[in-house]
Design a protein. Structure first.
Length: 312
């Protein structure tokens, strides 16, 4: 097995920080086992695989990756493809930062425009454009939902985080929010609490696995629409994500559905600062919709153009 793996960091600020993702643009011939092997070899929180819409279970393909070739000058091209996401541990239904990375990688080759992408969580349309000389991607999330967390589960989670209820911000109810994946949404009173995060990895992994949460979205409110966030991801074999698009989308739905922000509005999320990888995620919320729009940059990493990963 040989796979050309591109490397991008998504939700970067001025070309720095962000969350790295592997991107395989032609994965139609790869099996599930091979995709997982690639994700494990890369070691990022997720690697995205572009699978033609006509891909067969045996890895053969009957359709091109794109519905159309590169755009003609001055015209946008709608491109259709299916994305699959693998962490080093397992497949993930939806990953925001790897979607942004993939969209920018495709736009670099075919030009900016609208892409009709699909995931296991459903359709995820993405629009790419050039802003200040850089490609920017905006995705429309799967439909969001939110529900309160059970009290006993909250206590177990706080124990794993080494926090108590006194650390929590009472303005923000603790919920489980969904935007393709389940994420615990938990707000704290102080920035210092967030900065000093030092959780019990096995304990948090156990409760998250039992509850089927993908990440735990921990946040502090700087203002009504500006938040600092951290995202432990032990079910994916990752201590923490520096930028988590799926959780940002779920958090946006939570804020909208509980009427915790004015509408329409743009929410700014700062993530990764405590990890030395500052990231910027912009979440646009509108009334009378079940989706959110998530915007970010992606930067090609200079490690290498690609790796050839060989497997017997």
């Amino acid at each position: 097995m040989s796979a050309e793996v591109l490397r991008y960091a998504a939700f970067t600020q001025n070309g720095h920080g962000g969350n790295p993702a592997g991107v395989v643009l032609d994965a139609g011939a790869l099996t599930d086992r091979q995709m997982l092997a690639v994700a494990q070899a890369i070691g990022y929180s997720e690697t995205a695989f572009v699978v033609p819409s006509g891909a067969q279970p045996d890895g053969s393909t009957t359709a091109a990756v794109a519905d159309r070739p590169a755009r003609a000058a001055g015209r946008e091209v709608a491109m259709g493809a299916r994305l699959r996401f693998f962490s080093p541990v397992s497949e993930v239904a939806f990953c925001g930062h790897a979607t942004v990375a993939t969209a920018v990688a495709l736009a670099e080759r075919q030009g900016p425009g609208r892409m009709e992408l699909t995931t296991q969580a459903g359709p995820v349309p993405v629009t790419t454009r050039i802003h200040d000389g850089e490609l920017v991607a905006t995705l429309t999330s799967p439909s969001t939902t939110t529900r309160p967390v059970e009290e006993a589960v909250l206590d177990e989670t706080l124990g794993a985080l080494r926090w108590t209820r006194e650390h929590l911000d009472p303005r923000y109810p603790t919920h489980v929010a969904f935007a393709g994946n389940q994420h615990l949404v938990l707000g704290v009173r102080s920035r210092d609490t967030l900065a000093r995060l030092d959780y019990d990895y096995p304990a948090l992994e156990a409760v998250m696995s039992a509850q089927r949460w993908t990440t735990t979205h921990l946040f502090w409110s700087e203002s009504a629409t500006t938040f600092h966030v951290r995202n432990p991801f032990p079910p994916g074999g990752v201590v923490e994500d520096p930028a988590t698009g799926a959780a940002a989308a779920a958090f946006g739905g939570y804020l909208r559905d509980l009427r915790l922000v004015p509408l329409p509005t743009r929410v700014t999320l700062h993530q990764g600062h405590d990890m030395g990888a500052p990231s910027l995620l912009l979440v646009d919320l509108a009334p009378d919709t079940t989706t959110v729009r998530l915007t970010g940059h992606a930067t090609r990493l200079a490690l290498s153009p690609y790796d050839e990963l060989d497997e017997p």
